[in-house]
Design a binder for this molecule. Structure first.
Ligand code: ATP
Ligand code: MG
Length: 484
């Protein structure tokens, strides 16, 4: 490619420096993380429930042998009910509500399970001695499990409901509305012991919700933090892998691009060494000229590769300046490329869309010169054989400067319009009109635009022309420069 004006000795690309949006709100993340956990826990409780149903069935059979006359057959009915609704829950969890399903639906099922379990438990309490029942502590156990799975405010509401249900049950039993069934034959609970059990139950039920919440709440937050950190690490790893892949691809392509001219040079030299041609003869001279041209194209590739590498290295060491005028840079380039445009019979038309100067707070002037010059050179180089028109427009608003280079040249085939920004990509129609070219120019333009916080876009119709737009923010200063 043609040598640019201005010297360049620095710099770096900002590719990949943007921040990534890491998933939705805290609530979404909570739902996402805990839906899986909740699903597993609910299935685990279903297993425990089989044990509870078996225990109840066993108690209903063995009860009479341990002076518990009343437990048979009532507990068998409760056991059967527990087994039936457990079957339904297992079915719903396995077939209808997978962990990938809505967290709200799973939580609804968890609440339903809590309520049905508590109802079954109160039946069992009633049939096994009311306030003196040995299964009463299971209420507390249930509340602890519920608090691990369900939101605390719902559990406090359930704690109220449980206290109310227990008070109603014991009162109805003592008033004789419900039969008082003794735990063991002949045993009767007194009002005093019942009030005491009741008070203990209320304290324990609320206490266990509070304590379980304070312990598991911290675990839940740590879980969310851990999940976020893991996700970020995964993203970083993916980015790193992608970078490595790009690097090795880039190295492979670079080596390949250097190999073919080197091969030709080696063959030419070998011809002279082996004495097939005399370097002083006209043919030998032509061979040497061709070899020198190959060396020039190699040098152009190496220079562009160095340019790109420098841009990607780090902008803190770049020859940056404050208050850089884009108008001035374009005017200088116009002067430099004018003879080249005349030679190609191309009319260069400057077009300032609105008055005023586009002054960038911070910029690396040689990089901008290199980038804009590349674009204008492309527009001239890829004009149609008879010539054409190249318009270079500068637009300014309060926040951005916009440089648009438009030509009515050969255009770029639609399939290659994204790829031409990649290193060494050249369209066949371009190679046809201009054999020489490294295919690195647009990569450098994109790198330069990104380094200035801007971006570049391209529109082209094959056979009609190409328009490349570079948008640069006026008030962009890289953080490492601000910190200095
Ligand atoms: P160099 O910049 O080293 O001279 P190049 O011009 O081929 O080589 P780039 O500037 O990166 O490399 O452009 C890549 C390719 O994009 C070109 O080979 C050409 O196919 C296409 N291209 C770029 N600008 C234009 C344009 N204005 N008109 C038509 N094709 C273009
Ligand atoms: Mg080019």
């Amino acid at each position: 490619m043609t040598e640019p004006t201005g010297t360049r000795n620095h710099s770096q690309g900002a590719a990949g420096s943007g921040t990534r949006h890491r998933g939705g709100s805290k609530r979404d993340r909570f739902s996402y993380i805990f839906a899986w956990e909740l699903h597993e826990r609910l299935l685990w409780f279903c297993k425990l429930r089989w044990l509870a149903a078996a225990g109840l069935a066993l108690a209903s059979v063995l009860g009479p042998y341990f002076s518990m006359p009343s437990t048979y057959p009532s507990l068998a009915v409760v056991a059967a009910l527990v087994a039936i609704y457990n079957l339904i829950f297992v079915h719903v969890l396995r077939e209808r509500l997978g962990p990938e399903k809505d967290y709200a639906a799973l939580r609804g099922l968890a609440i339903l399970q809590m309520v049905t379990d508590l109802a079954a438990l109160f039946f069992t309490v009633h049939f096994t001695g009311g306030c003196a029942s040995p299964v009463l502590p299971f209420v507390v156990f249930h509340m602890a499990i519920g608090t691990i799975m369900i939101e605390t405010r719902i559990m406090y509401a359930l704690a109220f409901a449980v206290s109310g249900a227990a008070a109603s049950l014991f009162t109805l039993e003592h008033l004789g509305v419900l039969a008082q069934i003794p735990t063991v034959a002949g045993g009767q609970s007194t009002v005093g012991s019942c009030v005491l059990s009741m008070a203990m139950l209320v304290v324990l039920v609320f206490g266990v919700v509070y304590l379980t919440h304070s312990v598991t709440g911290r675990f839940k937050e740590r879980n969310i933090e851990l999940h976020n950190t893991t996700t970020e690490l995964q993203h970083a790893l993916e980015e790193q892998e992608q970078l490595e892949r790009r690097k090795s691809h880039y190295m492979r392509i670079s080596a390949h691009q250097l190999r073919s001219p080197l091969g030709t040079i080696k063959t030419s030299i070998q011809v002279l060494i082996d004495g097939y041609l005399d370097p002083g003869s006209p043919d030998g001279h032509r061979l040497l000229e061709g070899t020198a041209a190959r060396v020039d194209s190699l040098l152009a590739i190496v220079n562009d590769l160095l340019e790109l590498a420098k841009m990607r290295e780090g902008r803190a060491r770049a020859p940056w300046a404050r208050e850089v005028s884009v108008n001035q840079i374009l005017a200088d380039i116009f002067d430099a490329v004018d003879p080249y445009a005349r030679e190609a019979n191309v009319e260069l038309v400057p077009h300032f869309i609105n008055e005023g100067a586009a002054v960038l707070d911070w910029a690396v002037p040689p990089d901008l010169v290199y980038a804009f010059e590349n674009l204008i050179h492309n527009a001239i180089k890829y004009s149609k054989p008879g010539g054409g028109t190249v318009t270079v427009a500068l637009g300014i608003d309060r926040t951005h400067a916009m440089v648009v280079v438009a030509d009515n040249g050969i255009g770029i085939p639609a399939a290659l319009q994204e790829d031409v920004f990649l290193e060494f990509v050249r369209a066949p129609n371009a190679k046809h009109v201009q054999a020489e070219g490294t295919g690195l120019g647009l990569s450098i333009v994109r790198e330069a635009a990104q380094m200035h916080g801007g971006k570049v876009s391209l529109e082209s119709v094959e056979g009609l022309g190409t328009t490349v737009t570079v948008v640069l923010p006026l008030h962009h200063t890289p953080p490492e420069i601000i910190d200095r």
